[in-house]
Ligand binder design. Structure first.
Ligand SMILES: [Zn+2]
Length: 76
């Protein structure tokens, strides 16, 4: 289940981007292959929780979790 196109080019997520589930800083953006290209934001924890469903739905994943260590962690 790792046949994803992971875009690790220019970072897009900022401190203003928040996990849709818990409000923590988001490090993963998932774009669903729908007509409106629905974008979902996840913290590392919630991305792991939903990763299989997102992959199954054919979402494009922008994974910036490598940046987590570069910033002071917030409430997890
Ligand atoms: Zn979260």
């Amino acid at each position: 289940m790792t046949a994803l196109t992971v875009d690790t080019l220019a970072p897009e997520l900022t401190r203003q981007d928040r996990c849709d589930r818990c409000g923590a800083q988001a490090f993963v953006k998932a774009t669903l292959p729908t007509a409106d290209g629905l974008e979902l934001l996840f913290c590392g924890h919630h991305f792991r929780a939903h990763e299989l469903k997102l992959v199954a739905a054919g979402a494009t994943i922008q994974d910036e979790r490598h940046r987590i260590d570069e910033q002071a962690p917030e409430r997890v």
